[in-house]
Design a protein around this ligand. Structure first.
Ligand SMILES: Nc1ncnc2c1ncn2[C@@H]1O[C@H](COP(=O)(O)OP(=O)(O)OP(=O)(O)O)[C@@H](O)[C@H]1O
Ligand SMILES: [Mg+2]
Length: 232
């Protein structure tokens, strides 16, 4: 098992009250799996992703990567672990506006050690012919593919994607999903994808449904091609 959690819980103190954002989450994610997490706003999806990726600290419970308890890592060890093993994609692309496509991807490459070739990655996400363009010369979908390329070039074990198509229309969103699947098939990268869009769940191997900080359903799925999924 690549990732395993045991009774993972996160509570926030707001004034006098304790708010349970994540309530005893037990889940297992295998290497190379595509896991889609669905759930309404406020159900704890981003909180779960932030804990799994060490961006935020759990209140209780455990998180294991290949059997190692990362909850015991110091901050600096966790930062190193994250740089080496984890990639991130968000709804907003967080790209460097004054750099071109090639240079933005190079920023990601500098974070890793066993990194990939920038040109190979540009080819995988279909951006080779845009290499010299600045960010303002790209469509939303192309910008998102730059952010995917920047995350994948360091060859992470896991990609965390929080609403990767949230800002995109159907056609562009499906192209971005195809890029994620191409990467998964080519490099066996584990994908954890958060979305509000129930149609996107059909691209996954596993669908996890959350509500009020809990996993309310977990089921296996036979992957569908993004071209064939319903949108929304
Ligand atoms: N720093 C914080 N302090 C207090 N409460 C918080 C904090 N961060 C998140 N929460 C609360 O935890 C709950 C879960 O938030 P989370 O961001 O994980 O939801 P989400 O499922 O990602 O929602 P969305 O789909 O809107 O992004 C929400 O009710 C939110 O208000
Ligand atoms: Mg969220």
């Amino acid at each position: 098992m690549l990732i395993k959690t045991e009774n993972l819980t996160k509570t926030y103190k707001t004034g006098k009250n304790n708010f349970i954002a994540l309530d005893n989450i037990n889940l297992e994610i295998g290497e190379g799996e595509i896991v889609v997490i669905l759930g309404p706003s406020g159900s704890g999806k981003t909180t779960l992703l932030n804990l799994l990726s060490g961006l935020d600290k759990k209140t209780s419970g455990k998180i294991f990567y290949e059997g190692k308890d990362i909850g015991r890592y110091s901050d600096s060890r966790m930062t190193r672990f994250r740089k080496k093993n984890l990639g991130f994609i968000f709804q907003t692309y967080n790209l460097l506006e004054h750099l071109n496509v090639y240079e933005n991807i190079l920023v990601g490459k500098k974070l890793g050690s066993k990194t990939m070739d920038v040109y190979e990655v540009m080819k995988t996400v279909g951006l080779k012919k845009h290499a010299k363009k600045a960010m303002y010369q790209l469509s939303g979908g192309e910008q998102q593919r730059v952010s995917i390329a920047r995350a994948i070039v360091k060859n992470p074990k896991v990609m965390f994607c929080d609403e990767p198509t949230g800002a995109l229309d159907e056609k562009t969103g499906k192209i971005v999903l195809e890029s994620l699947i191409d990467i998964n098939e080519k490099y066996n990268t584990t994908m954890i994808i958060i979305t509000h869009n129930p149609g996107i769940a059909f691209i996954g191997d596993k669908i996890i449904r959350m509500n009020s900080g809990k996993i309310i359903e977990e089921k296996k799925n036979k992957r569908m091609n993004p071209k064939e999924i319903p949108w929304g």
